[in-house]
Design a protein around this ligand. Sequence first.
Ligand code: SAM
Ligand code: SF4
Length: 471
Amino acid sequence: MALTRIAGLSLQAQKTFFIETFGCQMNFHDSEKVAGSLVLQGYRQVEAAEDADLILYNTCSIRDKAEQKVFHRLADFKRLQKEGKKFAVIGCVAQQEGERIFERAPHVSLVAGSSSYRSLPQLLVQIEQGERATGLNDRETSQTFETEFTARTNPHRGYITIIEGCDKFCAYCVVPYTRGRERSRTSQSVLEEARRIADSGLTEIQLLGQNVNSYRDPIGRASFAELLAEVGRVPGIRRVRFTTSHPRHFTRDIMEAIDTVPTLCDHVHLPVQSGSSQVLQAMQREYTREQYLERIAWIRAARHRSIAITTDMIVGFPGETEADFRQTMTLLDEVQFDGIFSFKYSPRPNTPALAMENAIPEEEKTARLAALNEKQREIQRPNYARHVGEIVEAMVEGYHPARGQIAGRSSQNKPVNFTIPEGSPPPAPGSYVPVRVTRAFPNSLAGELATESGVEPGKSLAEAPGPCSRI
Ligand code: SAM
Ligand code: SF4
């Protein structure tokens, strides 16, 4: 994570903080807001827990493994308490476990929910005085959207939370209990932030929400699709992504927006969870396999380009039979996803699935997960290989010195690693360059800078003449 400093403050005098984030992009963006609030309080961010006065863990409780990670981390660093360092647990585990965290890890001084960074100044005063502090009453607030300062740590992409919380209550999921009810931010405020991001020089925006497309403008001005299109038209913005979409609210107008606004990326992440309508019903997902496939057909019918589709899948949900699992496998064949995030069902506190019968044994879940991933790898091989010979537009994200490769990302969200002619300066991070794809792997593309397409190495595509084909 990049460091954030404020000019004019003596480094010695300044209190320091270290923040480690677990979980999803929403958590990472929440950490950017927490870091912003701390910087405004005069703190300076450092890159190692050992160098910090305040150590914060922004936590995830979506699966048991994610939740346990933070307790391991707290145990690993407990020894630092002797040096006077303070520990804070924030985010979803904090919401879920509350003050029980103090019992499990007595060296923790602060336990606060995902949206409590607005009350951080008061909470910090309490812990500075040697007291314990909690900030857990923020699940219903929509104040979380407006922050005085967000310490943006992704140098290429600006995140904007447009909707908080979730009202869906899927039978397996803890999110409605940790992040509270759905509340949307006004379209006006979203657009203002998008313009600020563009003014700061970032060219990519990602709209965030647990169900980003359940968005409902509190001032009734724009639907989700209209807002998406408007963000895509903000001058200076070249790429817009959005995550995560719920299939139930994936309406045709979202595809119309993608068809008409070229800056909206060639990628839709649409979690399906299971290929079996019976399991989907037990999960309370509120759509069937057929309805999901109908949405896939809309995406495949995009007018000008090929849209990559990725998904989330859960295997081993209680009662998932062999036949149900086969339907998940055949869904992979039918949709030919560009990527999947696959998980073994993990029982979570408070959720209805906890009480369901016919739990699937752990070994069976492991076997199903392995079979699913193996099949998907085989699907991705030809999918990625199809791009060999194409010129794709890559946004430069970094440099792998060991491999002598530049790391980029396509509009379809596929990693594109490429070389540049010997002796040429590497293209600037954040710039867009054409890459000729020469090799494909199941999860990435490799190639070389397509200098003959008229773009000089080191110049961005934006400065170059002519269009660039998308993958
Ligand atoms: N709102 C999004 C949706 O409905 O598709 C998903 C957001 S959730 C934070 C991210 C993913 O975690 C889900 O799509 C699901 O696959 C996975 N997940 C959630 N709860 C889970 C559980 N109890 N066990 C395993 N995976 C889980
Ligand atoms: Fe969890 Fe379901 Fe809400 Fe997604 S829609 S966050 S899976 S409850």
